[in-house]
Structures are given as C-alpha cells and as structure tokens.
Write a protein that binds this ligand. Structure first.
Ligand code: PNW
Length: 449
C-alpha cells in the first residue's frame, strides 16, 4: 500500500531510478564444496585426511550435474550464479600447465549459464589451493604467491575473459588467515604456529588480489572485479556506552577494516598500526585502484560490551553452525557503516556475495532458513529505499545446494536445494526457501530483478 501511494507521486522518476539501479537475487556455490571429481589434490584434501575430518568425496557431483542445477536455477527464476573455479582442476599437476578437461568444464559451465540467460559471477580462488603450491612455496606465507596468483589468473582471464565480466579474486581472506593461519586453526592448511602467520597471509592475499585486479582493469575494460570480504556486525552493548562503542569499532577493524582500509586508503586501520607493517607507496597505489565494486559476505551479528565480552540476544534463532544467528538488523547496520563510517560513495556498487543459514533439523520444510532469508532481504530493501543505498545491487544466497561445509563436512547444510546423499543418488529437491524465492523472483515488482 505504502509503495502504491508513493509510486503515484513519483512513479515516472522511480521507474527511471529502478531501471538504472535494479536489484538482483542470485545463488552461490564454490568449486570444492560442490563439484567432486577433481583430478588434482588441494590443501583441503590433505587437511581433511590429516585431521581425520570427513573427506569431500564427490561433493554434490555438480561436476556431472551442473546442467540440471543451472536449469533448476533458471526455473526458480535466478539469473545470477556465483561459482568459483578450482585452481587445482585447471592446473592439477603443475603450476602453469592447464588441463584441457578442466578448461573445457568451465567453458561448458559458463556456456550453460549463458544459454539460460544466467550471468556467471566467477571467484578465482575459494580456498582450494593446489597442494603442490603449498609444498613448493609454503602457500600464503610466501610473497611469491602474488606472482603465482597473477599467473593463474591471467591464464583464466585469457580463457574466459571474453564471456565472463563479473570477477571476484579471493574469497574471504579473513577466514583463511584466521582459521588457516591464525588463532582459529580449524581450516587448511592449519599453519597456526605464530600470530605472525595471520598477518602475513592476510597481507599476501591482499597484495595478490591487488596485482590481479589491476591487471584485469588494465586489460579488460568492460568487466568488474573485487575481493570478497566477510564481516559480521558487532553491536555495542549498551549502545550509548562510549567504551562499548570503542570495543565494537576495534572488533570491526579486526574483521573488516584490516582488509577494507588498505583497499580504500592504502593503509591498515589506526587501531592495528602497532601490529602491522605499512604498505609501500607502490603497494598503496595498487591496492587503492583494485576494485570496481565491493563484495561483502554477511551472515550474522553479535553484541560486545565495555570489557570486550561478546554475547547474543536470547531471541535470535540459532543456526546449526555455532557462530550463526538470525539477526537481520545487523545487515542494515553493516551497510550504513559502509556508507557512513567509510563514506562509500553511492557510485561504488555493493554486492552481498553470500548470505545464508544452516538450519538445525534441516529438511524440505526449512521455515527457519526462509525466515532468515526474507528478513535479510527486507533489511537490504530498507537500505535501498530508506537509506538511499540503491548502490546495493545484488544479493547471493549461500548456498544453492546442500554442500561440503569445510571442517564440518556434510553435517551443516546451507542449501535452498536439498541434495540426497543417503543413497549416493545425489538427487536434488527444492526446499521451501527455494520455492519462496521463486515467488520473489517472479514478482512483477520491479524492485527485484
Ligand atoms: C563462508 N564465520 O565461510 C564461505 O565463503 C563458504 O564457503 C561457507 O560455506 C559459508 O560461509 C558458510 O560457512 C564462513 O565464522 C566461515 O563468521 C565462517 C564464518 C563466516 C563465513
């Protein structure tokens, strides 16, 4: 009703602004978590084996079923698919040596997307580093990774740059640095011997991203590129307490600022300057011109008090993942934080590259996931309409399929599409959330495209 009365006033203007600032809904996956049948060995194969975790096996067999999956996306009304390419599949045995079958696979996948009018959004690196690079170079602890990642990315752009225009370099460098190299220590490669490793791996991921993004911008003028940063929202408790606000800002700096400030300003946040080494002028320049949009993964929020102790609200629905709660207010707060604290210009598009929920007792009737997704989508809609942030252009649901949830194996499911693993049939069934999103996708309302 509110919308209708509004539109009669400024209808013509609105239709114009809608068409220039349309909002899209997409779905996301990553190679290691869904594909299966990889001829190479990645650090996650070794990590799961050495730590007696659930092996990935054939994941969801997306490798053979991508046609069915992409067709299902189409039927559900999605016109944007974010997936990653596996460095290990493209160069399974040796750096720089591409495997023709791997190369063909991603051509087929992209072509299938295009056939159904689905825009492919491709992540170059979503955590599945070839094991030979880990062994030969010590992975993200070696600055040489900047050159290796550039070499790999150039080969990918050469192959697919003529038909993919939406690129992401590295997925969640924070998660890799914290959990693979820092205090978290439950992710590959599990090299957490010193806090130094956290900062080194974070720095080299940033520099590798910047190198690749600058190369891409110089050579492929029509495309977009960004690094995917993840951030929770940390709400001060009480909201009026100066000390709690300071704690919250510090937590935000450690999560988001540590990657975002180098991109925006070429330097680490002031609160982290004692622990970090400044970037050289050349590095600063590269970092500052290394994106055409901001890619943000956002899942959840928590409170922090004056002493830095964190808590959650008792009424927030808890997901199956221990760290995840349904708290959509944080989506809006995070977006306004980008707008106000970081003065992100309305010229810079923002894309929510992941948002999703692992429901306890997951099944086809996934009411809690549906509630979560609608709440977070409504929060984004508020940002666009009331907060004037029409630069938030897209929202990818994590995940399209129930898939391999890293150290948790197949025990935590995020899919809007169920994958039957019980009898190894890998058959797919749309959950309630998928069907509700189909309704949104087919809505005549221009606000969702
Ligand atoms: C993301 N946290 O990881 C990854 O990009 C996906 O591959 C993953 O499946 C998905 O989120 C769900 O976990 C995260 O602790 C891992 O806040 C941990 C956190 C957030 C995101």
């Amino acid at each position: 009703m509110r919308f209708l009365s509004w539109i009669s006033f400024i209808g013509p203007l609105m239709i114009f602004s809608m068409s220039t600032n349309a909002f899209y809904l997409g779905v996301a996956t990553s190679a290691y978590q869904v594909e299966g049948y990889n001829p190479g060995i990645s650090i996650w194969d070794m990590y799961t084996r050495d730590h007696h975790l659930h092996p990935v096996g054939n994941a969801t067999d997306h490798f053979h079923r991508y046609r069915e999956d992409i067709h299902n996306m189409y039927e559900l009304g999605f016109r944007h698919y974010r997936f990653s390419m596996s460095w290990t599949r493209l160069m399974p045995r040796k750096m720089g040596v591409m495997d023709p079958a791997g190369v063909q696979f991603y051509h087929d996948m992209i072509d299938e997307c295009l056939r159904w009018n689905i825009t492919p959004h491709v992540t170059l690196y979503h955590w599945d580093l070839p094991q030979y690079i880990e062994e030969d170079y010590n992975g993200w602890l070696n600055r040489e990774m900047v050159h290796l990642f550039l070499q790999y990315s150039r080969a990918v752009f050469r192959e697919y740059g003529g038909k993919v225009y939406q690129w992401m370099t590295i997925n969640e460098p924070l998660t890799t640095s914290l959990q693979g190299y820092g205090t978290g220590c439950n992710f590959a490669p599990g090299k957490c011997s010193s806090p130094q490793n956290f900062y080194l791996s974070a720095r080299y991921q940033l520099l590798a991203h910047a190198e690749v993004a600058c190369y891409y911008k110089q050579n492929y003028a029509n495309g977009d590129i960004a690094i995917v940063l993840n951030s929770n929202w940390v709400e001060p408790l009480p909201a009026s307490s100066k000390k709690a606000i300071k704690q919250s800002m510090l937590a935000m700096d450690r999560m988001l600022g540590i990657f975002l400030e180098p991109l925006l300003l070429g330097r680490y946040p002031a609160s982290l300057q004692k622990e970090t080494v400044p970037f050289t002028e050349e590095e600063q320049e590269k970092l500052r011109s290394s994106y055409t949009f901001l890619a943000i993964n956002h899942y959840t929020s928590y409170y922090i008090d004056e002493n830095g102790t964190s808590s959650i609200h008792p009424e927030w629905t808890h997901a199956q993942s221990p760290w995840l709660y349904d708290a959509p207010f944080g989506m809006q707060k995070l977006m306004y934080y980008l707008r106000d604290h970081y003065s992100i210009s309305s010229e810079v598009p923002i894309v929510i590259t992941e948002c999703g929920f692992s429901q306890r007792n997951d099944g086809l009737f996934d009411l809690e996931r549906t509630h979560y997704l609608l709440g977070y989508l409504a929060a984004v809609q508020n940002c666009r309409e009331e907060g004037g942030m029409t630069n938030i252009e897209g929202f990818f649901v994590w995940s399209f399929l129930d898939n391999f949830e890293w150290a948790s194996g197949y025990n935590e499911t995020f899919g809007i599409v169920y994958v039957n693993r019980r009898d190894d049939s890998f058959t797919r069934h749309n959950k309630l959330s998928a069907r509700v999103l189909r309704e949104i996708n087919s809505s005549p309302d221009d606000r969702v495209k």
